[in-house]
Design a protein around this ligand. Structure first.
Ligand SMILES: NC(=O)c1ccc[n+]([C@@H]2O[C@H](COP(=O)([O-])OP(=O)(O)OC[C@H]3O[C@@H](n4cnc5c(N)ncnc54)[C@H](OP(=O)(O)O)[C@@H]3O)[C@@H](O)[C@H]2O)c1
Length: 324
C-alpha cells in the first residue's frame, strides 16, 4: 500500500504563518483508482505569495479561501502512476489543482495532459507567464513607453519586463528587494535599469508611462508621483498586504485625478480569451531564449510552510517551486 503525505489546514492562522496545530502533516493511504480515475505522483507545486492569504479569515478576498479540515489546493504537475481510464496512460505528465500532497487521486477531468516538448523544462508549465502575458497585452505597451515593474525579479514581474521590451517599450525599469535581484534583472532578464526599493524610489526616475504593480502599498503611492499625465497603471498584485494581511490606505489619490491616470484592476481569469494566443506565441520565446523563465526550487513537502515565509521575505528569485 502506497501512502501519501499531505498538509491539512486545521485552523486559520490569525496574522502570520501557521504554527503547528493550525496546519498538520497527515499521512494517508493512496487508494486504487476507481473506473475513470488515475493516481498521480506529484513532481512540482507552485509556491505563490497568495497562499498564506488563502489560509486566513479575510472576507474581502477576491479568491476563494482554503477549506478547513483537508489538504489545501494549488497548481501542481505530476506523473500518472496508475490509471483506470483509457484517457490517461502511465507516464503521462499532467497539470492539476491537487497540490499540498505527494499523490493525487481523481477523475480524469481534473487532469490536463501536458505536451512536454513545449518548454525546455516540465516545471516551466507552472510559470506565472500567463499572468504577465495577459497583463502586458491588456495594459497595451506602446513604442516609446517607459515601463516600471515592481517585484521585477519575481515570478510575474520577471516575465513582464521581458515581454514589455519585446512589445516595444523603450525603457524598462525594475523595482526589486536586493542587490542580487538588481543584478538578475539587469544582467539576465534584460531590464535597462533596476533599483532596490528599500532605498525608496529614485528621484530621477523620469516620466513613467506604464506601471505594472505587483506589490501595492507605498510603492503605488511612489508610482503616482512618477507617472506622466495619462499614464496607465495595472494593479496585478498586492504583495505588501500578503504578509501583514492589512490593507494600505493611499494618500495621493488627488494625483490620479490631476494626472488623469488610468488604474486597471486586473485578474488573469478575466482575460483567458488570450490563452490560445499565449500558447501559440509564448513557448517559442522561451525555447529560443528570448524570454528567460528563472526558477528557484525548494525540496520536500516539509519545507513548504517555511518556503512561503521565505518567499514573502524576498529570499527567492523568479518562480518558486516545491520539488517533491
Ligand atoms: N491578478 C492576478 O491575476 C494575479 C495572478 C498571479 C499573481 N498575482 C499577484 O501578483 C503578485 C506577484 O506574484 P508573484 O507570484 O510573481 O510573486 P513574487 O513577486 O515572485 O513574490 C513575492 C515577492 O514580493 C516581494 N515583496 C514581498 N513583500 C513586499 C513588500 N512589502 N513590498 C514590495 N515587495 C514585496 C518580495 O520580493 P522583494 O525581494 O522584491 O521584496 C517577494 O519575493 C502577487 O501579489 C500575486 O498575488 C496576481
Amino acid at each position: 500500500m502506497i501512502t501519501s503525505r499531505e498538509i491539512h489546514l486545521i485552523a486559520r492562522p490569525p496574522d502570520d504563518l501557521p504554527v503547528p496545530g493550525e496546519v498538520a502533516m497527515v499521512e494517508v493511504p493512496v487508494p486504487a483508482p476507481e473506473p475513470g480515475q488515475a493516481v498521480v505522483r506529484n513532481m512540482y507545486m507552485a509556491i505563490d505569495p497568495g497562499l498564506l492569504q488563502r489560509m486566513r479569515d479575510l472576507s474581502d478576498l477576491h479568491v476563494p479561501h482554503f477549506q478547513l479540515g483537508g489538504p489545501m489546493w494549488g497548481h501542481a504537475i505530476g506523473e500518472v502512476v496508475e490509471s483506470a481510464t483509457p484517457e490517461l496512460q502511465v507516464g503521462d505528465v499532467v497539470l492539476h489543482h491537487m497540490a499540498w500532497r505527494e499523490y493525487a487521486v481523481a477523475d480524469v477531468k481534473e487532469f490536463t495532459v501536458l505536451d512536454t516538448t513545449r518548454y525546455p523544462s516540465i516545471s516551466h508549465h507552472l510559470s506565472s507567464a500567463i499572468v504577465a502575458y495577459c497583463g502586458v497585452r491588456r495594459i497595451g505597451i506602446e513604442h516609446g513607453d517607459t515601463v516600471v515593474v515592481s517585484s521585477a525579479a519575481g515570478a510575474v514581474g520577471s516575465v513582464v519586463g521581458q515581454l514589455a521590451r519585446l512589445r516595444g517599450a523603450t525603457r524598462v525599469v525594475g523595482s526589486v528587494g536586493s542587490a542580487e535581484k538588481v543584478r538578475l534583472a539587469t544582467e539576465e532578464l534584460g531590464f535597462d535599469e533596476a533599483f532596490d526599493y528599500h532605498d525608496g524610489w529614485p528621484e530621477d526616475l523620469g516620466g513613467v508611462d506604464v506601471y505594472y504593480d505587483n506589490v501595492g502599498g507605498w510603492q503605488l503611492d511612489s508610482a503616482f508621483n512618477a507617472m506622466r499625465p495619462h499614464g496607465r497603471i495595472l494593479l496585478c498584485g498586492s504583495s505588501e498586504e500578503h504578509r501583514s494581511g492589512r490593507p494600505h490606505g493611499h494618500r495621493t489619490m488627488q494625483m490620479v485625478i490631476g494626472k488623469r491616470l488610468t488604474l486597471i484592476g486586473f485578474t488573469t481569469n478575466d482575460h483567458l480569451d488570450l490563452l490560445p494566443e499565449f500558447e501559440r506565441e509564448f513557448p517559442p520565446l522561451v525555447r529560443n531564449g528570448e524570454v528567460v523563465l528563472h526558477e528557484t526550487f525548494v525540496d520536500g513537502l516539509d519545507q513548504l510552510i517555511p518556503a512561503i515565509k521565505s518567499l514573502l521575505d524576498g529570499a527567492y528569485l523568479g518562480k518558486v517551486l516545491l520539488r517533491f
